[in-house]
Design a protein around this ligand. Sequence first.
Ligand code: B12
Length: 261
Amino acid sequence: MLENLTQRLSRVVKELRGEARLTEENIQEALREVRLALLDADVALPVVRAFVASVKERALGAEVIGSLTPGQMGGHKEPALAAHAELVRVLRALATEAEAPQLDYRQVNALIERELGRKVVVIGAAIESDAHTVGIDAIMNMKGFAGDYGLERYPWIDAVNLGAQVPCERLVREAQERSADAILVSQVVTQKQVHARQLTKLVDLLEAEGLRDRYLLIAGGPRLSNTFAKELGYDAGFGPGSTPSQVAAWVATELIQRKGE
Ligand code: B12
């Protein structure tokens, strides 16, 4: 079902990109297809409504839609082109999220054993000033969250939880020393955009040391989304209600995919 959703969303993006003109009709048509695809994939109606409404607002909020050709307009200054880009970006982000398969604890372990044949090393922390351990604990600790075992419980995952208020420098050092595959970062406090600054600091540090491509970099927290995390330079983001098996499934499939590239 998820594969089907991804295919349908990819088709919408492809068709929209191929449009010579960006019109109200073709945006409406794309959104209709997105809505149906999400509903067919059993996404809850309120979520579908909120998503479509937000894209629609951004896509149709621009007044210049109709006679302009994206190629002719140049740059993102034109509202129609900006709206077009935004829709493509949001759809892409959604398609990426949908690509994470829904696998349970047993399935993820079996997948890692079969496809990688070694333990996956995952290191996590709430970084810098953030003192909230509960989010990262929910994903990593044995007990887990909402009846879903945490990563420490996975026999094929070596999970190291450094706790809260961990300086970025220490997290990077520990990731290197342990040859981590993935770095998990929690940010709960968002006052004055402190989360964005701290998350960016980690990316900058990894880039400065030439280490960014060595790790899967994942951010999580109550005010985070996949889209926002990617904007900050992360590979994925997980928001409220995320479960350990979602994270484990994403990490495992991403590593397998990268191994094959
Ligand atoms: C418990 C708590 C504390 C405890 C934390 C104890 C601990 N050991 O963690 C203490 C008392 C220390 C605390 C302190 C503060 N807190 Co506090 N705290 C809370 C509270 C009540 C609950 C948080 C919680 O347990 N959530 C449960 C977990 C499971 O949910 P979660 O974090 O969202 O995690 C899930 C997802 O987001 C995701 N996730 C989270 N992290 C990650 C990471 C990865 C890698 C992944 C994949 C997923 C993921 O998966 C989890 C499971 O689904 C919230 C209010 C609330 N009801 O949420 C305020 C709250 C978070 N705190 C808040 C504030 C302001 C503070 C203080 C600044 C207060 C102060 N003035 O001193 C300090 C911060 C100190 C600091 N330096 O960080 C605000 C944050 C507001 C904001 N958006 O900025 C909140 C929202 C309260 C409020 N309404 O004002 N707090």
